[in-house]
Write a protein that binds this ligand. Structure first.
Ligand code: TRP
Ligand code: SF4
Length: 330
């Protein structure tokens, strides 16, 4: 393909993506698909590691996630999009890695310890949850990916992936690359109320929101609370509208800052300007979505095609692995 290298990344199917997710990862994926050979997958098995009790939403979430991806501009002609559970080789490689991975590597993983103490409402003291970085290593290494775009929280898993690769290469044969994390210079977008954007706070803008919904939400955004009258000097640092301007309105964000500090612009006007920028930015995303919503068979086809391509590569690597381990009896 003449591209820079092989990229792999995945998302759990946990429901509609919001702009925080978009600017944290997806926006970057869309750029990467032009430069790298890219594999992007729906991590449905990973969703089970913490959500095995209530599986009622997984199927519809898978579909919604793929629609979000396509709306955002992932292009099946440029990257391979697939479903983890449709590529069984991930599970087989996970099993083989579970043989070679020392237990202590998993128990000392920081995300394991953190989540065990945080997710008190669920019983995640399971074998599957402990082994989940091992599954993640299989996801990555089965495509011999060398670059893994992830958020900060996933860096320990990519590090563990390198250790698992190194150990395999040392015990058997040099097969795997040692992949690196690619940390996105994430644009930070707070929620409508200024806290972190999160579904559980109900302060999100969904990637699927219509122009009308966006306009409504922008009106509810929290501004500098110390500002009462329109000509009071404002402090943009504490204002979520301003944080959005920084992301959506690079051209006039400096003017807005000055006008706010000088009390020369009212918050209503400022929100109106923001709404225009956000709507313009999201218009192509919204339009692509409109062209997809009534085409479930197209969504299926994209994933079926992606599964096929992913399976081909994954089976090849698995055969190599078994040969190296001398367990290739078939
Ligand atoms: N663990 C990741 C998350 O929770 C999702 C994921 C699974 C992933 N396998 C991956 C990400 C491989 C990058 C590479 O967000
Ligand atoms: Fe925020 Fe704009 Fe109002 Fe200043 S003028 S407080 S930046 S909404």
């Amino acid at each position: 393909m003449g591209k820079k290298g092989i990229i792999l990344s995945g998302m759990r199917p946990t429901g509609a993506l919001h702009l925080g997710n978009y600017f944290g990862a997806l926006e970057n994926w869309v750029k990467l698909q032009d430069e790298y050979e890219c594999y992007f997958f729906v991590a449905d098995w990973h969703a089970l590691t913490t959500g095995y009790e209530d599986t009622s939403q997984i199927k519809s979430n898978i579909n919604d996630l793929v629609i979000d991806w396509l709306s955002a501009g992932l292009d099946p002609n440029k990257c391979i999009m697939f479903l983890q559970s449709s590529v069984r080789a991930h599970a087989e490689l996970h099993l083989l890695f579970s043989m070679t991975t020392p237990l202590s590597w998993l128990t000392r993983c920081p995300t394991y310890k953190d989540q065990l103490t945080q997710m008190k409402d669920k019983n995640i003291a399971t074998y599957g949850f402990l082994g989940y970085p091992c599954l993640q290593a299989a996801d990555i290494l089965i495509y011999k990916a060398n670059t893994v775009p992830v958020g900060e929280d996933q860096v320990p898993h990519v590090e563990l992936t390198r250790e698992i690769a190194r150990r395999f290469n040392f015990i058997y044969e040099e097969i795997f690359p040692e992949p690196q994390s690619l940390l996105t210079k994430a644009k930070v977008l707070p929620g409508l109320d200024g806290r972190k954007m999160s579904k559980s706070y109900g302060n999100t803008v969904a990637l699927s929101d219509s122009p009308d919904e966006i306009a409504k939400k922008v009106k509810t955004m929290i501004t500098d609370p110390a500002r009462i009258k329109k000509d009071d000097p404002g402090n943009p640092e504490v204002c979520s509208v301003f944080a959005f301007h920084k992301v959506f309105n690079e051209t006039t964000v400096c003017d807005i800052e000055q006008q706010c500090r000088g009390g020369c612009i009212g918050c209503v006007q400022c929100k109106k300007l923001l709404n225009e920028k956000v709507t313009a930015y999201m218009e192509p995303i919204y339009e692509r979505r409109q062209s997809l919503v009534n085409k479930p068979e197209y969504i299926r086809e994209v994933i079926t095609e992606g599964n096929k391509k992913a399976n081909e590569i994954a089976e090849k690597t698995l055969a190599e692995v078994k040969r190296a381990m001398k367990i290739d009896w078939e």
